[in-house]
Design a protein around this ligand. Sequence first.
Ligand SMILES: *[C@@H]1O[C@H](CO)[C@@H](O)[C@H](O)[C@H]1NC(C)=O
Ligand SMILES: *[C@@H]1O[C@H](CO)[C@@H](O)[C@H](O)[C@H]1NC(C)=O
Ligand SMILES: *[C@@H]1O[C@H](CO)[C@@H](O)[C@H](O)[C@H]1NC(C)=O
Ligand SMILES: *[C@@H]1O[C@H](CO)[C@@H](O)[C@H](O)[C@H]1NC(C)=O
Length: 384
Amino acid sequence: MRNSLKQSCIIATSLCFIQVLNAQADNTQILADCKTFAKLFRNTCASQDTPAASIAALTGVTVSCPKNEICPVGSGTSPPTCSWVRKLCVTCQIENNRVFIRYQSNGLPDHCYGGKPNVTSGIYDVKMIYDSPLDQIPTKNFTSQDNYDQETCSPGRGGQRNIPRAVNYSMVANDTNTAKFIDGIAGFALNGVPIFTASSAEKTDPYYPKNWAGSSTGKVEIVDACVGHPQESGLYHYHMLPPCLVNAANLETSSVCEKVSSCINDVKQYSLDAYTATSKKITYLGIAKDGRAIIGPYAADGNLISCGDLDQCGGMKLDGGKYVYVYLNTYPYAIGCFGPGQAQQYAPSCSTNTCSSLKSEAKSVYQFISFGLIAVIALINIIY
Ligand SMILES: *[C@@H]1O[C@H](CO)[C@@H](O)[C@H](O)[C@H]1NC(C)=O
Ligand SMILES: *[C@@H]1O[C@H](CO)[C@@H](O)[C@H](O)[C@H]1NC(C)=O
Ligand SMILES: *[C@@H]1O[C@H](CO)[C@@H](O)[C@H](O)[C@H]1NC(C)=O
Ligand SMILES: *[C@@H]1O[C@H](CO)[C@@H](O)[C@H](O)[C@H]1NC(C)=O
């Protein structure tokens, strides 16, 4: 009796010990995975282990552009030759027994930009749990078209209250200018540039605007040949799939989209062409504020990922179960909402450039045909 109790205690203790070991093994694996991911960013720091004390303390890299029309505010250079220091450091740490990823950047691009906007640096210093377990996150479930539009067609939905609590997102530091716009940011690109939520301040697609119940009159916004631009206080950012993340060397980055015929004629095709030419495979493009990766528009088999394959938030699971967002050239571009989301059911009402393989599109075609038939019948009635 005493012996068997002793035995079960030994078994129980070693089980506990094995469990502790397992948890450590898991974190060791997740930490290694996080660092592999962090190394994909165009870091200006040497190590993916230790975050910089501040963005100011972070070592930068100088970017030079021979043909810019205006240099960034405070860069001390003058056109046509501009140079600026970009700073970016992505690191992974264990805190409270979870793997956190920290993103520190001043937001300045690694490519030239076009036009004459006053570009300023920002302070982007955030952290969140890396690739947190999906079973701890409720599936985003929209109950009506309006419910979905209010989320996906509004700016400012990258705020802390919109990010699943379980990922423990927090802003470590900011300045007043960046703080005002931080909620408009959904994620961050590989080169340090923030990716804003899909919609413009007018609550519509900045490239293919469409008025809807919740929007003010939408206009096509001016972007450069990287399909990026600064907002009114100078923070440079992307909405649509940015061609210059993969193909800057072959593009007229110091120009505006208006002056590049392939860009102005068909901006969505122009954006995608950069990836078709260079990255017909899974390409990591950035990180969302909920700690999940953003990948490019091509799958591992070299095929274009169809927007119809994504959930309502614009995400999908890769082989192995990792949930990622897919950056497409159709609205809502990088992130529709922080997922995982329900199966796709609604197309955004604020864009003429949405997924064409949606069930609701089929429905609207059907409605269009029925409406047409009714109109024909009405016309026949009038004639006779
Ligand atoms: C996440 O945030 C919650 C609430 O603030 C806190 O109780 C918890 O300890 C945090 N978890 C980690 C791993 O930091
Ligand atoms: C850029 O900033 C300068 C100096 O602050 C100002 O004179 C100029 O009007 C600004 N240009 C734009 C396009 O905002
Ligand atoms: C979404 O919400 C609706 C209405 O509350 C419910 O009927 C449906 O089962 C939910 N779907 C999911 C995937 O949670
Ligand atoms: C971010 O900026 C806001 C507004 O300026 C400020 O209230 C807040 O304390 C700042 N947060 C951090 C972590 O610096």
